[in-house]
Design a protein around this ligand. Structure first.
Ligand code: PNS
Length: 158
């Protein structure tokens, strides 16, 4: 079965990569869907978020990356996806994910698998990575190398 790991990936972190790799252990193929939550503002443009996810996952066999616009359930139909996989770091993530999982299930019957974030990455979020990076901290331990490089270039030019 093919699964989707959707998110906004602003930017992709090592925690996201861990969830993508673990999803690939469970499912034959994984499509990473790079979308946007309409209530959030983003640091990186959609095309750049997509490119960074593509570079960061290029070496993982069975993983592809596609843009997500519109409903996730429509994306699943178009891409022949049978399940959604999301990571949850803590109860707040879990509550949010359960709400979306129930709505998606209600819309088309699609199931969601929620993976507990690895303890190692449980405090790593895109929001904190953006904050640390924009204030000059070193985020290399928390993100793929391409993202650390991109954040450093961006800070140098902004
Ligand atoms: O990284 P995020 O902010 O958790 O990603 C959220 C995302 C993009 C996965 C979510 O907003 C989403 O699924 N958007 C697609 C639109 C949609 O289907 N919305 C209804 C979800 S119940």
């Amino acid at each position: 079965m093919r699964a989707v790991v959707p998110g906004s990936f602003d930017p992709i972190t090592n925690g996201h990569l861990d969830v993508i790799r673990r999803a690939r252990v469970i499912f034959d193929e994984v499509v990473v869907a790079v979308g946007a939550n309409s209530s959030k503002r983003y640091l990186f443009e959609p095309a750049e978020r997509l490119a960074l996810v593509r570079e960061a996952t290029a070496d993982i066999e069975g993983v592809t990356v596609e843009p997500l616009s519109g409903l996730l359930v429509d994306f699943c139909r178009i891409h022949d996806v049978g399940a959604v996989v999301k990571g949850a770091r803590a109860a707040t993530d879990f509550d949010f994910e359960v709400g979306m999982a129930r709505m998606n299930h209600s819309l088309t019957g699609i199931e969601t698998v929620i993976l507990p974030a690895a303890a190692q990455w449980s405090y790593v979020s895109s929001t904190l990575v953006r904050e640390v990076a924009t204030l000059g901290g070193d985020v290399a331990p928390y993100v793929p190398a391409v993202v650390a490089q991109r954040l450093a270039t961006r800070r140098a030019h902004d």
